[in-house]
Structures are given as structure tokens and as C-alpha cells.
Design a protein around this ligand. Structure first.
Ligand code: NCD
Length: 361
């Protein structure tokens, strides 16, 4: 995987994910050890959105490998405030570091950064689109807690429309043979492009109607308040769901509760002392899993690169992306490209689809 980007969970084959998990377990066995594996390496955290866990666990991972980290955590205090584009910033930062970890509010931003930077780019969340490194630690946690992924029933709960962790996780779960149940307030259901991966989707509007007794994992998510286009839509769903001890009485006795965190109202604090509350263990796995990923892309450890799950071949025809949250609408200088397959154009960055105009009429 040396030199590779991680933009979508699709960039990793199942074999590569399993190999990364093996390496993560090696690192997790000695969690407080500082290695000297990467004494010359420097990574850059470019965070255009708030973060605690993702940024700090990436930083801790690099420090544990023996490398160093430089941070841009406040776009208001960087040249972004003067109007510098992401494409320019990453071409500057590649001159300073060996690796870029990027979080950005615009969908497709990580793909743009990867196209312009010659060093590996790891997507730490691009708007409501994907968060593949969170998926690695989510899958790793399920594997550690349940001993397998195939056949495990996972309920994805909450804001499945805007939750980027879910958008990456559902792909991973589908590929490893887990069974997925969706529990989302009306209007916040899983978008069709992800639901298609599951074949037929079992979808419920609330915990009361969902078959919790069949679930091994409850993966709870926060309402992504910052992504709602209008305040009335948010007010309608605010405080519409919460997982409490009472909710768990209907789940499998050994069902675990996961959450990418931060939580707001959707997880009762009274759950924290329950051994089934696995969300703090999950967050801690962020360090060894990200150590494994960094070691792989820096070439410190060999992780095989198998054929990607999907091959992208965008053409050079100009394309106006229909997604208003796409990075191409916010930044000049990005070639607006799409892939065209069976009459459908798909933005090369955010992957939003648009029917091609009929060549006859
Ligand atoms: C998530 C994110 O940023 O998408 N947090 C994280 O990375 N652990 C989830 C969230 O903010 O709700």
C-alpha cells in the first residue's frame, strides 16, 4: 500500500483490510509503547472541520510510530481565510510532509486533495460523504468484540442520511457479510446509493418497531446538525431517539453499543457503566488501527494492494456536478470531470449522479 491514498473504503480490498487488522492487533498488544519505526516521517493534519478523536488519534498514531505531526486545525487561522484553495494548500503541504490527513466540509474534497498532492492522502471525513478510517476502527471493534463480521447483525441507528461514518461502514459491513438493519427517523434514512449495496433494506422509523432482539450490535449516530439545510428540518427530528438501558433489554443479552462519538442526546449516560457499552473501547482502537494504516501507506510494513473494489475512469468532458455540497462548487481550478457509465454521469469527486442527456432528443 506504499504511496496509496484512502479516500473511500472501496479503495481497500477485504484482504488489505484484514491485513491492516493483523497489524493493528500487533500494535494494540503494546498500546503504550513508542516505536522507532518512522523517525524521519512527518504527517500533516489538515482539519477544516472540528475534530477530537480522529485528529488526536491520527496524531497519537504517528507519535507512537516514532514520527512527528504538524497541524492545521483552524481554517480561520490559516490561508484558507485569505481565499487559498484546497488544491493549492495540499501542493504546499506536500513539500513539508510525507502524508496528509484531511477533514473537510465539502463532499469530494479528499478526492481533490489526492489528485493534486503527490503524497498519500487519508480521508478523515469529507462532508456527509465518507469517513473510511472510522470504518476501519468500527469493523475492527466489531471483530474484536464479536469475533467475526460475517453473519453479525448490525443495527445502524440515527442520522443515516448525513452520517458519513455510516456511509462508509455500510459498504464494509456488506462486503464482509454482516446483516444490516436501518433505524432512522423519517427523512433521515440511508441514501439509495448505499441502501442498494444491501440488496433489500430492512428499515424502521424507531426503536419500538425495530427487531432489536435480532441485533448483535447497535451502531448509534448523532444527528449531524451542521449538515441540515434548514433549521425546521432539524427541529422536527431533534431528540427523536435515544438508546438507554431500557432499549437494550430488547436486544441480545450480549449485544454491544457502538458510537463514533461525540454523543449529544442519543446515548443515555446511564449506559456508560454497562459492559455492553463499547464506545470508549471503540475510540481507543483508533490509535492502533491508524498506526497500521500509516505504516502501510508509508511503506514501513507491507500490506498487499489487491485490485480495488471498483475501477474509476473519469473522462475529460466538462461536467457540472448536480450536488450543491460538492467541492467543485466551492473552488475554482478543479477540472470538473465525470465518469459516464450506462448513460449516467457520476462526478469524479463527490460521485453524485446525473442522467446523461438523450443523444437523440
Ligand atoms: C464522526 C464524524 O466526524 O463524522 N466523528 C468521528 O470522526 N469520530 C461522527 C460525528 O461527528 O457525529
Amino acid at each position: 500500500m506504499r504511496g496509496h491514498d484512502l479516500i473511500s473504503i472501496r479503495d481497500l480490498s477485504n484482504a488489505a483490510i484484514e491485513a491492516l487488522f493483523g497489524l493493528a492487533s500487533e500494535y494494540a498488544a503494546e498500546p503504550n509503547r513508542r516505536l522507532h519505526a518512522a523517525p524521519d516521517a512527518i504527517s500533516a493534519n489538515l482539519f477544516y472541520e472540528p475534530s477530537t478523536r480522529t485528529r488526536m488519534s491520527f496524531e497519537a498514531a504517528m507519535l507512537r510510530l516514532g514520527g512527528q505531526v504538524i497541524n492545521m486545525t483552524d481554517p480561520a487561522a490559516s490561508s484558507a481565510a485569505k481565499g487559498e484553495t484546497l488544491a493549492d494548500t495540499v501542493r504546499i503541504v506536500e513539500g513539508y510532509t510525507d502524508l496528509i490527513v484531511l477533514r473537510h466540509p465539502r463532499e469530494g474534497a479528499a478526492r481533490v486533495a489526492a489528485e493534486f498532492a503527490r503524497i498519500p492522502v487519508l480521508n478523515a471525513g469529507d462532508g456527509a460523504r465518507e469517513h473510511p478510517t472510522q470504518t476501519l476502527l468500527d469493523l475492527y471493534t466489531i471483530f474484536q468484540e464479536k469475533g467475526r463480521l460475517a453473519g453479525v447483525t448490525v443495527a445502524l441507528c440515527g442520522d443515516l442520511k448525513y452520517g458519513r461514518t455510516v456511509h462508509s461502514l455500510v459498504q464494509g459491513l456488506a462486503r464482509f457479510g454482516a446483516h444490516v438493519v436501518c433505524i432512522a427517523p423519517p427523512g433521515l434514512e440511508l441514501p439509495a446509493r448505499f441502501a442498494q449495496l444491501l440488496g433489500s433494506v430492512e428499515s424502521y422509523p424507531d426503536f419500538a418497531s425495530a427487531p432489536l432482539d435480532a441485533c448483535d450490535v447497535l451502531y448509534v449516530t448523532r444527528l449531524q446538525k451542521e449538515r441540515f439545510a434548514d433549521a425546521a428540518e432539524f427541529a422536527r427530528v431533534q431528540a427523536s431517539y435515544q438508546v438507554s438501558k431500557a432499549t437494550l433489554t430488547r436486544a441480545q443479552p450480549d449485544a454491544i453499543v457502538l458510537h463514533p462519538l461525540p454523543r449529544v442526546d442519543e446515548l443515555d449516560y446511564a449506559l456508560d457503566g454497562d459492559p455492553r457499552a463499547a464506545y470508549f473501547r471503540q475510540a481507543a482502537y483508533g490509535v492502533p488501527v491508524r498506526m497500521a494504516l500509516i505504516a502501510a501507506v508509508l511503506g514501513l510494513r507491507q500490506i498487499p494492494v489487491d485490485p480495488p473494489v471498483e475501477v474509476w475512469t473519469p473522462d475529460d468532458a466538462p461536467f457540472a456536478c448536480p450536488n450543491p455540497r460538492c467541492i467543485t462548487h466551492a473552488e475554482p481550478g478543479i477540472p470538473r470531470r465525470a465518469e459516464t457509465r450506462e448513460g449516467v454521469h457520476r462526478c469524479a469527486y463527490c460521485e453524485a449522479k446525473e442522467e446523461a442527456a438523450c443523444p437523440v432528443c
